[in-house]
Write a new protein. Sequence first.
Length: 156
Amino acid sequence: MERIASFSVDHLSLKPGIYVSRIDRLGDTAVTTFDLRITTPNKEPVIDMPALHTIEHLGATYLRNCDQKEKIVYFGPMGCRTGCYLLVFGEKTSEEIADLVLRMCDYILEFQDEIPGAKPEECGNYSEQNLNMAKFYIEKYKKEITENRSFTYNYL
């Protein structure tokens, strides 16, 4: 089997940021996968599950309700727990998606209500949520991408 692209990225030098992971095409339709790398792989602790679960719920809620909702394909956590994937229709760059990601971060940071989808009839693990820790990780991530402009690297 061929080695997949994400396993070819040097995770020892990867830092928090917004990265184009891949662009897939089917006919005239393109889907861009973004790696929203929240923590530094293999150097920082991974995101704890309750915080990552809350980031997933709030991020997905924001993205599927924002002004670009028709372009959103998927938002969810990476298995390694160092970030999330954001899939959008179209061939996009990290710079083009940065404002959307920053607005999503602001939504999470300002959120103070009941976590959307955190009821037993709405989620298979509804009780595993941690809003305070989600805000901790997102605040750190937002600072990293705004101060260091960490979104110019592409896997491709």
